[in-house]
Write a protein that binds this ligand. Structure first.
Ligand SMILES: [Zn+2]
Length: 336
């Protein structure tokens, strides 16, 4: 009996293996341009604090990809990057509501090239709520959103799910608008489908966004049941595989020049194993420091460095260091 059961189990694992194979995730690269300071002709002035910039960087580069990864069970991989503008924001389009590519030409020059990203979001110090995605043509044909500064930047908080919302408008415009794929639905149509806020143990509209991303939106009655009795006949709307098979938004756009993320990836490939003395750059400002790498406990957020010259051991929060340095540490940890 035992032997029989064992064989059955083996057989079961074998036949199950095929459909469980995960396809490669579809990758999107989003750039967020932070405009730390504004001085507008209409008199509006504003600044984003360094601590908010730090939290925004964490929220955009780590939290947002984590949430999207969870909502899509790893099918969608966001590789987000932050760039901090060196220029004061002096012009805001659409009645002072949306920062488009025309409003930030110096940043476009510094941070953008053809085929580098799938979309852009500008983060600016508006004192009013202003989450928008442009319908009009932007530089390099990029999909483009603009959002105001916020403090509720933590996991599952509203600011970040709002970024997901604006990014979904970018996808909506590309896949349903431009490519005209099946399953079209309005991102603002959650009420037609009878979705509620805070559903499925997910805060705000994340349950709707999950089904939208996965192409699993279905029309339900007030009890949450679909009209069709046969589950196989339920009509599903949204993105999902029918969108992903078309590739990401920069697919087919020839890359011109070398984006910083590619330079960093190439640099990482050539990294020597730690410990080594190198120049470390701060995440903000232009200060740098020559020191050798001692350790970074994977579970902690601090890094230990030995300063060149006096040999002093410095313990720093890892977020004080530039993205390149943080990536270098990650690489050093993974080196055999
Ligand atoms: Zn919207």
């Amino acid at each position: 009996m035992i032997r029989y059961l064992f064989l059955t189990l083996l057989f079961f694992t074998h036949v199950q293996a095929e459909p469980l194979k995960n396809p490669e995730p579809i990758e999107f690269r989003l750039l967020m341009i932070i405009k730390p300071e504004m001085d507008l002709p209409d008199g509006r002035k504003g600044k984003i604090s360094p601590s908010n910039i730090r939290r925004t960087k964490e929220a955009f580069e780590k939290t947002m990809p984590k949430i999207v990864g969870e909502l899509t069970k790893g099918r969608v991989l966001l590789k987000n990057r932050i760039e901090i503008s060196q220029h004061v924001l002096k012009k805001v389009g659409y009645d002072g509501q949306i920062v488009g590519s025309d409003d930030v030409p110096e940043d476009c020059e510094a941070f953008l090239g053809e085929g580098w990203y799938d979309g852009v979001i500008v983060y600016w110090p508006s004192d009013k709520h202003a989450y928008w995605t442009c319908g009009s043509e932007q530089i390099h044909g990029l999909r483009w959103s603009s959002v105001n500064v916020r403090e509720d930047l933590d996991y599952h908080e509203d600011a970040v799910s709002g970024w997901i919302h604006e990014w979904l408008h970018q996808l909506e415009g590309h896949y349903f608008g431009e490519l005209q794929i099946d399953g079209k639905l309005d991102l603002h149509g959650s009420d037609v489908f009878n979705y509620q806020v805070d559903e499925d143990k997910l805060p705000v509209w994340l349950a709707w966004y999950a089904d939208y991303l996965n192409g699993q939106c279905r029309k339900r009655d007030d009890e949450g049941n679909t009209a069709e009795k046969d589950a196989k006949k339920v009509e599903l709307f949204g993105l999902g595989e029918r969108a992903w098979k078309e590739g990401n938004l920069r697919k087919g756009v020839r890359m011109k020049g070398t984006p910083p993320w590619l330079l960093e990836e190439k640099a990482q490939e050539k990294l020597p194993a730690a410990p080594v003395t190198r120049e470390w750059k701060e995440a903000e400002g232009n200060r740098s420091l020559s020191a050798s790498f001692i350790s970074h406990d994977r579970t902690s957020t601090e890094v230990k460095l030995r300063r060149t010259g006096d040999g002093k051991i410095l313990t720093l929060p890892i977020t004080r260091l530039s993205t390149t340095d943080q990536d270098w540490i990650k690489q050093a940890e993974e080196a055999p």
